[in-house]
Ligand binder design. Sequence first.
Ligand SMILES: *Cc1c(COP(=O)(O)O)cnc(C)c1O
Length: 352
Amino acid sequence: MKKWEEYIRKVTPYVPGEQPKNTDVIKLNTNECPYPPSPAVKEVIHNINSDKYRLYPDPDATFLCGAIADYYNVDSDRVFVGVGSDDVIAMAFMTFFNSDKPILFPDITYSFYDVWADLFKIPYETVRVDDDFKIIKESFDRENGGIIFPNPNAPTAIGMPLEEVEYIIKNNQDSVVIVDEAYVDFSDCTAMDLIDKYDNLLVIQTYSKSRAMAGMRIGFAIGNKKLIDAMKAVKFSYNSYTMNMPSIYAGAAAINDKEYFEEIRDKIVNTRTKAMEKLKELGFSMTDSKTNFLFVTHKTKPAKEIFEALKEKNIYVRYFNKDRIDNYLRITVGTDAQMQALYFALEKILGK
Ligand SMILES: *Cc1c(COP(=O)(O)O)cnc(C)c1O
């Protein structure tokens, strides 16, 4: 080994769901929205004068922060935007998780949290979800240097009632508590209304799922001004121009089109209800999904075999070869037509 090799940061990266090059597949593996973004997005991007690309974008992304602030009825100095919520969460880890005490997150959860903790050398401990995969609110009642959990949780799809979220925030007022609400628009458990009540609460959301804009990379955090100012200071010490110009304008246009947002969200929720019925008929059981995906297990056929057989038929779902969940599949809710194709393929695979 060369001397300089010793000084390379050793990390085990997060492995995102596959993005197949073949466009002929039914992609139900990364929780993207099956519908296009608001037509306002197409229009706004079409109308940007490309001469403007000579210039750096607004480092404060004022226009986008303003639109998000209006939507949630908060002051715009309480909004932080980033390149997808992954960027926002990474910034929050850097900003808030600097104590010697371990940060806490569930043992079954978004598999990026331990990767960031390792990257930033933050000590962490996981808290065990119960046998039905529910987060136990009391499990966070111990010394910690910060807390993060998604609500609804991924990949379990379970939503925690707001009273339980509040219990965790209230009992941990010496730490910053981050609620990762990537899927909250498909549920009714947002902690957004608690940000005035608790100055240690940071709520993070994304455009990637419910707003059909994973490719634009927009995420945001809302919290009290002290938290947001601290995140901005870290961001401006790292990269001032995270948000590119089209994302700033397209993000504002999308959040202003509430009607379209509600239309596609409702379609997905309807398809989800039907999918739960249909998959039960096929011998699957599942958690009560409050997200745009289903977390399912089959009574006889191993998840890994179903995953591989579906892939063979060009239908991609997500399989996690991990402790406690290695007999489960995470299936994104697609369009009704995509789901029909899924049921048809499953009937074949299961010999129905
Ligand atoms: C998808 C997802 C994110 C990140 O999404 P971005 O595309 O980076 O905005 C964060 N947390 C959870 C739990 C997710 O599922």
